[in-house]
Write a protein that binds this ligand. Sequence first.
Ligand SMILES: Cc1cc2nc3c(=O)[nH]c(=O)nc-3n(C[C@H](O)[C@H](O)[C@H](O)COP(=O)(O)OP(=O)(O)OC[C@H]3O[C@@H](n4cnc5c(N)ncnc54)[C@H](O)[C@@H]3O)c2cc1C
Length: 325
Amino acid sequence: MQNFEFANPATLNEALGLLGSQWGEADVLAGGTDLLSLMKEYLHSPKRVVNIKNIKELGGIAKSGTGLRIGATVTLDELASNALVRQMYPSLAQAALEVSSPQLRNMGTVGGDLCQRPRCWYFRRGNGLLGQDENGKSLVTTGENKYHAIFGSGPALFVSASSFGPALVALGAKVTLVSASGKRDVPMSEFFVSPKSNGEREIALKPNEILTQIMIPAAGTNATYEVRHREAVDWPLTSASVNLTMAGGVVKSAVVVMGHVAATPWRASQAEQMLTGKKIDAALAERAGEAAVANATPLSENGYKVQLAKVAVKRAILKAAGLTV
Ligand SMILES: Cc1cc2nc3c(=O)[nH]c(=O)nc-3n(C[C@H](O)[C@H](O)[C@H](O)COP(=O)(O)OP(=O)(O)OC[C@H]3O[C@@H](n4cnc5c(N)ncnc54)[C@H](O)[C@@H]3O)c2cc1C
């Protein structure tokens, strides 16, 4: 790890004044469960580390209109155990609870989860976000790609690591990104981006910004279903989050988002259309699962993820509808 200056601001304004205009000048530190690994592996070598855990205004979960405001430094454990979150957004509480170890849930924060870097082993070994050799040839397409993307036209083939991303996209949430010169609210559907070059990032955050809060509007009945290696302290293989607005037992509108299958959370529009105007039962959920993966383009070693994604969609729909999975 390279030497760095450590800053411990008490206010958001102070913290913003310590960030740089380019990546590499300063990194925000929340729980440190990803940042420290990135620094030890020389993937991030910031000149300054800005600890945000002592900034009170970045914490807390509170009602905001008919929805909720969740502060960026809320831990995964606080999120999973919060009564309002469990009642209004079980899909999010489920995603938080399934992050596999109590240590991670106690230290990791919601903002850090959304900003964590991809787990692609080529990226983590220093081959860049696109996982290329020195001649710009993809190492992913010809190499070890069993945990990589099954959707998207590339060139990025890592999968978005955040378990909260799919749930928050399905819930229609927004994040607030604040810099010294102002703030912007970004819909979760635009927060995750598929980079076209190694110099880009996989999220909309800029180097001089801090993600301060997540705003979630009132939602329908919602659920997340994750497929994981049994007992592993690891990320899901695939997941699906579903948000259903029901009227008289019939689906008025549906949002279905798959996770860990592409460089961003992946919306399954065909499944959504199939559900709209219908009453949910096991056969419809099965067909929606099939529709969700109809356009998958698996790589040489990850065809198995298509089946897992199909099952995740089907079970998330049944769960959101309150039916037996
Ligand atoms: C073994 C293991 C298994 C895991 N399994 C899962 C899983 O199943 N699902 C899942 O979603 N995650 C999983 N994680 C990831 C874990 O949830 C994240 O590491 C954690 O949530 C990151 O939060 P943090 O507060 O520790 O972030 P940090 O490590 O402090 O920061 C992570 C990154 O985000 C930036 N950052 C943090 N907060 C902010 C902010 N407010 N504004 C701007 N930038 C910010 C940092 O600069 C850094 O680049 C796993 C991690 C490990 C090690």
